[in-house]
Ligand binder design. Sequence first.
Ligand SMILES: Cc1ncc(COP(=O)(O)O)c(C=O)c1O
Length: 386
Amino acid sequence: MPTTSTFSPTCAAVDLSALTDNLTQFRRVLSPGCGVLAVVKANAYGHGAVEIASALIRQGVARLAVVSLEEGLALRHAGIDVPIVVLGPLFREQVDDVLAHRLTPVVSDPALLTDVARAAASLSGPYPIHIKVDTGMGRLGLTLKDLTALMTSGRFPASVHFEGLMTHLADTDGESADATERQLAQFDQAIRAVAAAGFTVPLIHAANSGGAVRFPHARFSLVRPGIMLYGYHTLPKSVPVPDLKPVLTLRSTVAQLRTLQPGQTVSYNGTFTARRPTRVAVLPIGYADGVSRRLSNCGQVLLRGRRAPIIGLVCMDMMMVDATHIADAAVGDDVVLIGRQGHERITADEVAAWLGTIPYEVLCAIGPRVPRRYHESGPAASTLSI
Ligand SMILES: Cc1ncc(COP(=O)(O)O)c(C=O)c1O
């Protein structure tokens, strides 16, 4: 979001050096020749798709993945020129725009293949597509039977280039590897069916971050990391994981401090009642910015390097924390909701645990009106002046 002032009381500080480090660490597990299709959907998991995509391209990432036509168009309009794969379902009404902007569709049903082939027929050369096969996610993709029928029909359209064959693994972060192994066995059948029909498909891909790290035989010629680029993972503790750094710090600023007397309440519906004189810090960030209302009376923030509990209901634009034990807290103090401050740290994992969810959801929830501030190096932008 554009800002007129350089001071943003609430912002997300995005450390592009941490992103680069995570990419380097992640690439170390890949064999030479295995490419990275970096997943920058959902505004790059809340980090800002254009800046993250640009930073990854500077590091040699040759392909990006988004989920929708709109996400692809936003990158194209920002001047991003590398191949962009649209992972999500596409509709026939969107096909012309997909081709006009050189986005690579993932074909998950035969009808879409017909639509793409028709639109591509007027172009000069075969148009690249990826075909997805469902091996157990139960979401998108041709069945193995449909794929085999398509391959052996002799009617594969000449106007399209079968550039990629993919599947999506549903349980790479599960305790057991069994479901993933079953999916990989099915995918192997799909690869054989395609090869047996005489197709040479340059890009074969199945693995998300966890799949790529945990299952070497899931790497094929391309992997699709998302969450690990941003410094998180959900793999079981038993799985060795590259050394990752969280890329994003979510911060705000103390806007007001007030003292409540015993019996006074905080925020809508009076869900928090002061039992003693209570110093309350008001923060200009709320659920419209991505701080879940379910953190009301449950989550914490960092203030002057110490944890301050969230009290009362989180409002749309503001929230309150108990700063009674932080005697020197002052208006204008930096507050960290995700990230480090002093010796303390709150990760998206911890916030996710409070909410009973995963770090993905916590990061993606950070709303569009939170300005993203990009920096190259050093500690995430928490200025702790104590
Ligand atoms: C099809 C597909 N591939 C790859 C990814 C990236 O997954 P991760 O963020 O776990 O690396 C996603 C994300 O949900 C996805 O939907």
